[in-house]
Write a protein that binds this ligand. Structure first.
Ligand code: C2E
Ligand code: MG
Ligand code: MG
Length: 754
């Protein structure tokens, strides 16, 4: 059994406390989901931003084009007016301020909303100016007049236009022969306000002749780039809240557009709140996205929670399985496997601490009897309490394991010396021997302990367990309820026992056993009423081996079955001739419990033709434990044929009245331990009295065993026993001796022949 534990040794190397829930896989999933959400949000926001950006560029372009377009329109309007033959003619040859005012100035002002109109003569002097809807003296404009110079210079061809200064294709000035544009428009400040300033040369190809003598007059106009014009552009091109930036601050949602003149100087700053299609899409989509992401996150959280819980459940299941694999379900203690693992670890670590490490193999004495008499549930309850007591009795670092049945084991590591180990084991025995109360039953049980010191030099776990087992065997053989520490002699002892077992097997096979018969006398001690058959073994080298040595060996190795059968047959054969004498034969529990026991007795009776009425089978209380119904049946079957039964060694076992009442015994045999104490112990005498009256009360005969002295005989006779057996009347002796005692004359030649 010990060895079996150790073959499993090493198979289960996993640690007992292994297994936290493996939730690490959950974190990457969470990260991936979070990243996916972040990526989608980032993509949407980037796309929205990009869309807003594109829209802004579009709107800037629109504004640029709108301003440029305004410039072209102003120039075209001016050209329209200047294209009139009458206008050119009038300007050239018949300058009339009023006429100019009504047909040029007011037309440009009324129809096209130009803010100022100017006319310059061939010498670039301003001859006409319009302000509001009135014709005014050009000098009223003061220094602002010079702000028209650039347009004049360009129109005269004295300056070259910049890229942004729009101009018509050049014409050749007939006087200077210089090429000059027919019309020009540019953005610039006029009277500190941003404006489109446009100018055309007032000449017509058809009039080239008459005016060729001097410079043609110039017609110029100013249209301010703010106020109504700006809001028109804003409405037309959908540029919300388009305005000229004055001193008021720029709002957060506004975009600033700087208008520069041809020299690159800023002449105006406009602001508007750009349309943001991306942002508005995002704000429309965002609630839905938020709901979707919320749902997604919730789903993920649920999935994660499920995974986490599943992982926790799996881990818990694994832990439970592992616990089950390593623990005994009945007592909750570590089992053989766990014990084997720990033993291996302790062996590996020996020498690291100062103390002695040892294994204590613990076996409960006669546990089987409790199981058999009171039932398995009481036995199980007892095992549970024994486990608890052991756990409380050892140190926290020590390991208590249940190896199966009533076998327990302790691994301890800190004993200072062997004496301390011995004391520790004795303390455990004392703890286990204290009375138990299980389901209303008060129980007493002993324990035997075998101790093996763990030492790296002494070998592996299997070897240490074997030693503990050998020491336990010794403890049991020395009378149980004790502790023995293994020493090398025990091995020799065990070997010797094994040898004895083999020798006994040979002796049975070769018919080398014999039967001795001890007389059983009547109450007066004068007449032999029967004999008890007792097995004898004369060993070739050891001499006579006492039954107390070989019967236990036979019982442990089941050799008791052929041995018992042989004794019964031999007794029937030898005692057949002792007419009238009862022959008592001992029956071992193992023999009696066999299915074929009754058939075996019947067969031998038939074979030997022995009178069943003369046969008495001696059972002990332990024979009857557990199998009450079977035992009763077997006894009744044999009794029906005349066989009688005696309860042997009464007073040493359970001495339960139940046995006496339930089983059909014919006789009680008072154990010799009471007879021996009759003279010395008063209670023994009273017990003998009690047993006698009990037997008589139940209608049974009472026999006293081990009667050695006349005093004992007298006492027992007075007590009322029916028969006596003991050295006083004769030791167990060969059949011939009995024959001679029965028939002194007739037996003499027979004995000589035998
Ligand atoms: P038991 O059945 O109680 O047998 C009586 C034992 O008491 C015998 O010991 C006998 O020699 C011993 N005895 C008898 N009178 C006296 C006395 O006045 N003083 C002392 N000190 N002892 C006395 P034995 O022959 O050594 O047998 C011991 C036990 O071995 C028996 O006890 C019986 O239980 C068992 N045994 C012997 N033969 C057989 C057998 O064939 N089958 C079985 N199953 N058991 C046997
Ligand atoms: Mg006996
Ligand atoms: Mg006896």
């Amino acid at each position: 059994m010990w060895r079996k534990a150790l073959t499993l040794f090493g198979k289960f190397r996993r640690r007992a406390d292994a297994g936290r829930p493996p939730t690490t896989g959950v974190i990457p999933i969470g990260i991936v989901v979070a990243l996916a959400i972040i990526c989608v949000v980032a993509a949407v926001l980037t796309a929205a931003d990009r869309a807003d950006d594109v829209e802004l560029q579009q709107e800037r372009l629109l504004l640029t084009n709108a301003i440029a377009d305004r410039g072209h329109r102003v120039l075209r309007e001016l050209e329209n007016i200047a294209a009139s033959h009458d206008v050119v003619y009038q300007l050239h040859y018949n300058f009339d301020r009023d006429w100019v005012h009504h047909l040029v100035g007011l037309r440009l002002n009324t129809f096209f909303d130009h803010d100022h109109v100017f006319v310059a003569d061939g010498a670039d002097r301003l001859t006409y100016a319009l302000q509001g809807d009135a014709s005014v003296d050009p000098d009223l404009f003061g220094p602002a007049k010079s702000e028209l110079n650039r347009v004049v210079e360009l129109l005269r061809g004295r300056a070259l236009p910049n890229l942004d200064e729009y101009h018509q294709e050049p014409a050749i000035d007939p006087k200077t022969k210089l090429g000059h544009p027919r019309g020009v428009q540019r953005l610039q400040l006029f009277m500190k306000r941003p404006a489109i300033v446009a100018g055309v040369v007032a000449e017509l190809p058809s009039l080239a002749g008459p005016i060729s003598g001097g410079h043609p007059p110039l017609l110029m106009t100013v249209k301010f780039l703010d106020g109504q014009l700006l809001s028109d552009i804003g409405v037309r091109f959908d540029l919300p809240r388009l305005r000229a930036l004055g001193s008021d601050p720029v709002r957060n949602d506004e975009h600033v557009y700087v208008v520069a003149d041809s020299a690159g100087a800023a002449i105006a700053r406009f602001a508007w709140a750009p349309n943001q299609p991306g942002t508005s899409i995002v704000s429309t989509v965002l609630p839905f996205m938020a709901i979707a992401f919320g749902g997604f996150a919730l789903l993920t959280a649920l999935a994660l929670r499920y995974i986490r819980r599943s992982a926790a459940k799996i881990a818990e299941g694994e832990n439970r399985l592992r616990h089950l694999a390593l623990h005994d379900p009945l007592s909750g203690l570590p089992n053989r496997t766990y014990f084997g693992e720990r033993l291996g670890a302790v062996i590996g670590g020996t020498g690291k601490s100062d103390g002695i490490a040892a294994v204590l193999a613990i076996d409960l004495d006669h546990f089987k009897d409790i199981n058999d008499t009171l039932g398995h549930h009481i036995g199980d309850g007892l095992i549970g309490v024994v486990a608890q007591r052991l756990v409380h009795a050892v140190r926290h670092e020590d390991l208590v394991a249940r190896l199966g049945g009533d076998e327990f084991a302790v691994i301890t590591t800190e004993a200072a010396d062997l004496q301390m180990l011995q004391r520790f084991a004795e303390r455990l025995i004392a703890v286990l021997r204290a009375p138990y109360s299980i389901s209303g039953h008060t129980l007493l049980i002993g324990a035997s302990i075998g101790i093996a010191v763990i030492d790296r030099r002494t070998g592996d776990g299997a070897d240490i367990m074997r030693r503990a087992d050998v020491a336990l065997y010794r403890a049991k053989n020395e009378g149980r309820s004790r502790a023995c520490i293994y020493d090398a002699d025990m091995d020799a002892d065990l070997r010797e026992r094994k040898q004895l077992e083999n020798d006994l097997r040979t002796a049975i096979a070769e018919d080398r056993l014999s039967v001795a018969y001890q007389p059983i006398m009547n109450a007066s001690g004068e007449k032999m009423a029967g004999v008890e058959a007792l097995c004898r073994w004369s060993h070739p080298t050891r001499g006579n081996v006492p039954p107390s040595d070989f019967i236990p060996i036979a019982e442990r190795s089941e050799l008791i079955i052929p041995l018992g059968e042989w004794v019964l047959r031999q007794a029937c054969i030898e005692a057949k001739r002792w007419t009238g004498l009862t022959v008592a034969v001992n029956v071992s529990p193992l023999q009696f419990r066999r299915q074929d026991f009754v058939e075996m007795v019947e067969r031998i009776l038939a074979e030997t033709e022995f009178d069943p009425n003369r046969l008495e089978l001696e059972l002990t209380e332990s024979t009857l434990l557990g199998n009450v119904e079977e035992a009763e049946k077997a006894m009744h079957r044999l009794k029906a044929q005349g066989v009688r039964f005696a309860l042997d060694d009464f007073g040493t076992g359970y001495s339960s009245l139940l046995y006496l009442r339930s089983f059909p015994f014919d006789r009680i045999k008072i154990d010799r331990s009471f007879v021996r104490s009759i003279e010395s112990a008063a209670d023994a005498a009273s017990i003998v009295h009690a047993i006698v009256s009990l037997g008589r009360g139940l209608g049974m005969k009472v026999t006293a065993e081990g009667v050695e002295t006349a005093e004992q005989q007298l006492f027992l006779r007075a007590a009322g026993v029916h028969s006596m057996q003991g050295f006083r009347f004769g030791k167990p002796s060969p059949a011939a001796v009995i024959s001679e005692r029965l028939h002194p004359a007739a037996a003499a030649p027979q004995a000589a022949a035998g």
